[in-house]
Design a protein around this ligand. Sequence first.
Ligand code: GRF
Length: 198
Amino acid sequence: MTKRVAVLISGGGSNMVSLLRDMTGDHPCRPCLVVSNVPDARGLAKATDFAVCTAVVDHTTFAKDRAAFEAELQNVLVTAAPDIICLAGFMRILSAGFTAQWQGRMLNIHPSLLPKYRGLHTHQRALDAGDSHHGCTVHEVTAELDGGPILGQARIAIDDGDTPDTLAAKVLPYEHQLYPAVLRRYAAGDHTPIYLGV
Ligand code: GRF
């Protein structure tokens, strides 16, 4: 039975594009909705190019009322009835109450080798730490920020002279490989982690 996938974005949606592009043919999933918290997110037009329905839940219209924002987001998602939710460059922290409603059905991609560097500015932090390697992680979303079970990682070497921007540029193509591969396996009920890169 084909699984319905909703993708949540906040920006350009390059990871969303890699997921939409892969969900064809014998893939166990098909996209049912792309939701952005940012009304003019460039990823929304890309979703439309793939003929995928889109929705906006603009967090700024709820002032500081996170619960109201999440209630509206939940309404939109329940209506779309996804089997799996993929956070893909989605830049809002979701509460424990919200994640609990989707636990075991929600994935995220994070640009670090978790558990290293949860949160923001991961590339700078890896450089500041003098790490020899860096990368990205796909994980199940739980109440703990960037803390859920790891479903895949891609690992790259950090080269002399790398900057946060060059690291981001080296990691992003691996994100685009890793996330679709993890979604395929996860949707088939296999949670065995996938490891790419060096
Ligand atoms: C990526 O580095 C991703 O890891 C992070 O947001 C960045 C942009 O993602 N979550 P996208 O191009 O919007 O998918």
